[in-house]
Structures are given as C-alpha cells and as structure tokens.
Design a protein around this ligand. Structure first.
Ligand code: C2E
Ligand code: MG
Ligand code: MG
Ligand code: MG
Length: 289
C-alpha cells in the first residue's frame, strides 16, 4: 500500500513537472517572434508633480497581447526573454516605440512630458545599446532630454566597467538616467557618486510600509533628504492613497506615480489624460518649455 501510494505520488509530481516544462517551452516559443507578429504594446502611466499635480512624465510599461485578447504583464515574461536572449530585440522595440509615440502622440501644444523606459540589465551590457538609443531618438525626433532610462539598482551594483562606460555614454547623449526600485538592490551607495543619475525612484514597498511603520516613514524621509543632498530628483512609486500623497508632499518628494494619480493605460487614454489636464490647469503650459 505504502509503496503504491509513493508511486502514485511520484507519478503525480512527474506529471506536474512535465506540465510546467511544457508551459515554459510553449511560452518561449510564443515569445520568439512575438515582436515581429506585432503582439507587444506599451501602456503609459503618468508621473505628476507632487505640489501641482501637473504631469511631468509617463512611464512606458510593456504588455504582451495574447490571441484571446488578454494582456500578459512583464513580470511573467521579461525574465524568460532575458534567459533566452530575446531581451535585446524586445528592448529595441520598446525604445523605438516609446520614443515614436511620445514624440507624436504624447506631445500636445505647450506640453511635452518626459518618457521613461525600463532598461534590462542584459540590455545595458550589450555595447550597441547606445546606438539603439541614438537611432530611436533620430527616427522619432524626440529631444534626448525627454527620454529617461530607468535602471534597477541591482544592475548598478554590478561593477562591470562596460556598464559604467555605457551609462556615461548615454548621459553624453543628453538622456536622463534614473534609478528604479531604489532601496531594494542591496548595493553600496557609492554608485550614487560614481554614475551620472538624475532621478531616484523610491520603491513602492517603502511607500506602502510608511503608512503603518514609523521606522519606514523615517526611512522614506531620509531617502528624500539623501537624494536632495545629491541633487537628485525623487519619484515615489506606487502611491495609492491620499495619506501617502500628503506624507510625501510634507516631506518634499518631487514627483508621484501610482494608482492614486493614474494606472498604466493605452496610449490614447494617456494622451487624453494629458489634454484633459491641460484644459483644467493653466500652469501646464509651463512644462517642458
Ligand atoms: P517598475 O519599473 O518598477 O514599474 C512599476 C510597476 O508597478 C508596474 O508594473 C506598474 O503597473 C506597477 N504600479 C504602478 N503604480 C502602482 C500602484 O499604485 N500600486 C501597485 N500595486 N502597482 C503599481 P508592471 O507594468 O507589471 O511592470 C513590472 C515591472 O516589469 C516593472 O517594474 C519593470 O521592472 C518591468 N518592465 C516593465 N516594462 C518593461 C520593459 O519595457 N522592459 C523591461 N526590461 N522591463 C520592463
Ligand atoms: Mg520602472
Ligand atoms: Mg520601479
Ligand atoms: Mg518596481
């Protein structure tokens, strides 16, 4: 009996592992060629000034459309794309598309918000990344200072000299560099001095905890002071409540991003957000001018 049970359990696990392997293989196969088949699209999430609510930037977030019309989020396929060597191709598509859409659709009279693009660690290690950025800027006509590249902290702690070179070269093009998910990378703070960053994005987890933990609140305040001391702009990620907004305003966080302000939306909705805000807010004419 025991032996029989053990055996059927073993068969059960094998079946489960097989199924997982099949699913993974199928994901890989569908991911190859997804760019050529036009299955990717970008959603855009607004980033606004904490004091005025004025839109200052949009973050481009990648989505993958399935045959049934549903969208898959990057958390489910970016790591796979990196592992199977597709991230260069996908990343080039993202930069090209974001630059083009920002220059054409997310530009309304008197208002030209920045466009933030996430860059994967693997992309940064490829020497031709700089050329891809140059090409995207030239093809779209987007001024370099309107493009912001978000790099997660974990990558930067990687001391590889080619990363340092790539970051300075990108900075030389006039694009902005920001540190994404700040505080989660376990890295040494010395890179803040070594690399030419403009913006620091405080990870959502700290913003969430600041509401319930006094220590977490002090930590967020200290991150904002640190950034200010280094002349870095601060963005709070994942702001969902009015309390969080008030707390961040009181502590001088420059910009806010999160569901409270707006969810990531298709390009047409992002453009409508921009136009709507422009009508209701005369100060908007000042942005990007
Ligand atoms: P991220 O760059 O930190 O982007 C912020 C993520 O938080 C997005 O998830 C966004 O939808 C979500 N978010 C924004 N506001 C809120 C909020 O108020 N509450 C909550 N709970 N979540 C919020 P998303 O779109 O699923 O992207 C996840 C991650 O995937 C991104 O994190 C980024 O690291 C990566 N990613 C997205 N697009 C790309 C891309 O084009 N290339 C690469 N390499 N990575 C990408
Ligand atoms: Mg990001
Ligand atoms: Mg982030
Ligand atoms: Mg994040």
């Amino acid at each position: 009996r025991a032996k029989e049970q053990g055996r059927s359990r073993y068969e059960f696990y094998t079946a489960e592992i097989n199924e997982r392997v099949q699913r993974r293989l199928s994901l890989e196969n569908r991911l190859r060629g997804a760019a050529q088949r036009g299955e990717f699209l970008l959603h855009y999430q607004p980033v606004v000034a904490t004091d005025t609510g004025t839109p200052v930037a949009f973050e481009a977030l990648l989505r993958w459309r399935q045959p049934d019309g549903s969208l898959i989020l990057p958390g489910q396929f970016i790591a796979v794309a990196e592992e199977i060597g597709l991230i260069g191709e996908i990343g080039d598509w993202v930069i090209d598309t974001a630059a083009r859409e920002a220059a054409s659709i997310l530009t309304v009279p008197g208002c030209a918000p920045r466009i933030a693009v996430n860059v994967s660690p693997r992309q940064l290690r490829v020497p031709c990344f700089r050329e891809a950025v140059t090409r995207a800027l030239a093809a779209s006509g987007l001024p370099p200072e309107r493009l912001e590249l978000e790099i997660t902290e974990g990558v930067i702690m990687d001391e590889a000299p080619e990363i340092a070179n790539t970051l300075s070269a990108l900075c030389g093009l006039g694009v902005r560099l920001s540190i994404d998910d700040f505080g989660t990378g376990y890295s040494s703070l010395s890179y803040l001095l070594r690399y030419p960053f403009h913006t620091l994005k405080i990870d959502r987890s700290f913003i969430v905890d600041a509401g319930s933990s006094e220590a977490a609140a002090r930590l967020v305040e200290t991150i904002i002071l640190l950034a200010r001391g280094l002349k870095l702009e601060t963005i709070a990620e994942g702001v969902e409540t009015e309390e969080q907004c008030q707390f961040l305003k009181a502590n001088g966080c420059d910009l806010l991003q999160g569901y409270l302000v707006g969810r990531p939306v298709p390009i047409e909705e992002a453009a409508a957000f921009l136009r709507g805000r422009q009508w209701s807010d005369p100060e908007l004419a000042l942005i990007g001018s």
